[in-house]
Design a protein around this ligand. Structure first.
Ligand code: NAD
Length: 500
């Protein structure tokens, strides 16, 4: 049923804003109330084909624009994002349930990325090296590749796309982006800041829709040679398989099961502060969320007691209410999945120390809320110890010593973020060297990436690439090696100028 009072988002293809060609739409609901907030186009292959055509059409002029000039567009976009930060944060909090303060942080990360990526327009360094032959030189250039397909998750609807789109653009590529169907308006507003900053038509095209329709069409399109994806490992794996057959360049950022190891000499109050923020911030719906507390020896009792006391005091509710600590789960379906993980652990003999039940408070009845949950005595290797929950559920695993802690930390298929709390620098460095993860924090929570450092994970979290900082510019360009021989004669590498 279409309700005329609900606003409709449009795709942006080249200069034109348009609905899906077949007119289908998707409802986007407020997870705090269940109300329909906005309607987004449910695009299909034909919409994606048009967007790719627009991106291909814009590529020649954009790739020929000097990189510092491309960078200036990003600076203006950063300024626009700064001006519109509060407005976008409010939309984001409603749309996907992130608390306002955290939504502001999400946008700030995109602003920081705009400054970094904009300035990269004046670097995009190549290298020179001496030639083995006289009067000859060699150097490398970074060349844009073409149309980049961007597919993103809902939980960082502005920050994560910025990590991909801004570097891709400053490198001279054009983009077709499918934001998550759970947070399309936040994505639209981010893109709007780029268009308002003067990005030429067709350089960034946005096509809304579901993963198996619009997303799959981007992945399969033969004129999209580069794909960058953030989302679940199951979907990333499928994308990699399809894209691999067509030899596409693919960067995947996927799930996590991030541990905090607390050693007996740790500052317990500091560790509890970090675990609470890591496990229950954004209601645990971060790829870097603290999902496992690995407590070593006798410190476990003290940490767990304090954690439970503090977790019980967290207020669950409307993310726009400044007194609320934990907002909603993005959807009813995801909440059911989270609750099922807790039930499975309970049946397996683990102890639910707090949370673990659907809220009974009538004020929360319309939304998909779930309380901060601490599950103790989770067995290593059990489902809750191994699988990504993506919700406010902390599994406590008790271990005897440091070596067992590292073994347990590394036994999951994922390897995104990790943290260790200890006052001993030697122990901290042994943990840094031993934990299989793309990121390790010492005496800090598993969340808190900064825009100018590489971000990404090992094992089933990633496929060897990194976003953030200086890392993505390699991915979004091809190296061209140039040799200039100014000797005026044929010179043969490996053959001339040799005694043998
Ligand atoms: P998801 O995998 O369900 O969806 C991610 C995106 O992929 C969405 O835009 C979706 O529409 C699209 N998609 C789904 N099926 C597709 C297909 N067959 N072909 C092409 N596209 C398809 O993930 P989600 O629920 O949006 O996000 C949660 C997941 O994202 C978690 O696993 C989380 O850990 C992960 N995540 C990882 C990072 C990271 O940087 N490592 C950051 C944020 C989120």
């Amino acid at each position: 049923m279409s309700d005329a009072s609900v606003n409709a988002l449009l795709n942006r293809i080249g200069p034109s804003s348009q609905p899906a060609l077949d007119g289908r739409t998707l409802d986007v609901r407020d997870p705090s109330t269940g109300e329909v907030l906005i309607r987004a186009p449910r695009s299909a292959e034909a919409d994606v084909a048009r967007a790719v055509e627009a991106a291909r059409g814009a590529f020649r002029a954009w790739s020929a624009t000097p990189a510092p000039v491309r960078g200036e567009v990003l600076f203006r976009a950063g300024a626009r994002l700064t001006e519109r930060k509060e407005e976008i944060a409010n939309v984001m909090a409603r749309e996907m349930g992130k608390r306002l303060e955290e939504a502001r942080g999400d946008i700030q990360e995109a602003i920081d990325t705009a400054w970094y990526a904009g300035s990269e327009g004046r670097r995009l360094f190549g290298r020179t090296a001496p030639s083995e032959l006289p009067q000859k030189m060699g150097f490398t250039l970074r060349r844009p590749i073409g149309v980049v397909g961007v597919i993103t998750a809902w939980n960082f609807p502005v920050a994560v796309p910025s990590w991909k789109i801004l570097p891709a653009l400053v490198c001279g590529n054009t983009v077709v982006w499918k934001p998550s169907e759970e947070a399309p308006e936040s994505g639209h507003l981010f893109a709007e800041c780029l268009w308002e900053a003067g990005l030429p038509a067709g350089v960034l095209n946005v096509v809304h829709g579901t993963g198996d329709e619009a997303g799959a069409a981007i992945v399969a399109h033969p004129q999209v040679p580069v794909l960058t994806f953030t989302g679940s490992t199951a979907v990333g794996r499928r994308i990699y398989e399809v894209a691999g057959r067509n030899l596409k360049h693919v960067s995947l950022e996927m799930g996590g099961k991030n541990p905090v190891i607390v050693l007996p000499d740790a500052d317990v109050e500091l560790a509890v502060d970090g675990i609470l923020w890591g496990a229950f911030g954004t209601a645990g719906q971060r790829c870097t969320a603290t999902s496992r507390l690995i407590a070593v020896g006798a410190v476990a009792d003290r940490v767990v007691a304090r954690l439970v006391e503090r977790a019980k005091a967290l207020r669950v509710g409307d993310p726009l209410d400044a007194d609320v600590d934990v907002g909603p789960i993005v959807s009813e379906r995801q909440r059911a999945r989270i609750h099922n993980y807790v039930e499975v652990a309970r049946r397996g003999g683990a102890t639910v120390l707090c949370g673990g039940e659907l809220p009974t408070d009538p004020a929360l009845a319309r939304g998909s809320f779930y309380p901060p949950t601490v599950v103790d005595h989770v067995k290593p290797g059990s489902t809750l110890a191994m699988e990504e929950v993506f919700g406010p559920v902390l599994a406590v695993i008790r271990v005897a010593d440091f070596d067992e802690a590292i073994r347990v930390a590394n036994e999951v298929p994922y390897g995104l973020s990790s943290s260790v709390y200890t006052r001993d620098v030697n122990t901290a460095m042994r943990a840094v060297e031993s934990i299989e993860a793309g990121i390790t924090y010492v005496n800090a929570p598993t969340i808190g990436a900064e825009a100018h450092f590489p971000f990404g994970g090992v094992k089933a979290t990633g496929n060897g690439h990194r976003e953030g900082g200086w890392a993505p510019y390699e991915f979004f360009t091809e190296l061209k090696t140039v040799y200039i021989d100014y000797s005026g004669a044929l010179q043969r590498a490996q053959i001339d100028n040799r005694e043998d």
